[in-house]
Design a protein. Structure first.
Length: 94
């Protein structure tokens, strides 16, 4: 299992959650074990979109809902959670 070179925590397992945007969101959040803000997620996931991606960042929470459903269907015990509120971060938790 690969580990973060800085904190030495293991990265989450390689998971296929379907769809390019969903996969990129999952991978982005999984690479940040202490969490990542929604603005950073949007910038990373939609960096190569000529239009800059969706205008409303609520699309991330919708994708996260679908990702969590797929994780459950595949038998994984971890999920993506948000701390909620202003300045919230998303992270993978067990």
């Amino acid at each position: 299992m690969k580990c973060c070179p800085t904190c030495k925590r293991p990265f989450g397992p390689t998971v296929q959650v379907g769809g390019k945007a969903r996969q990129r969101i999952y991978d982005c959040i999984a690479r940040h074990p202490y969490g990542i803000g929604i603005t950073d997620i949007m910038e990373i996931v939609y960096a190569d979109d000529p239009d800059g991606g969706p205008k409303d960042d609520k699309c991330v929470s919708v994708h996260v809902c679908h990702i969590n459903r797929v994780l459950a269907e595949q038998g994984y015990s971890h999920r993506i959670r948000s701390t909620g509120g202003e300045g919230a971060v998303y992270m993978v938790v067990s």
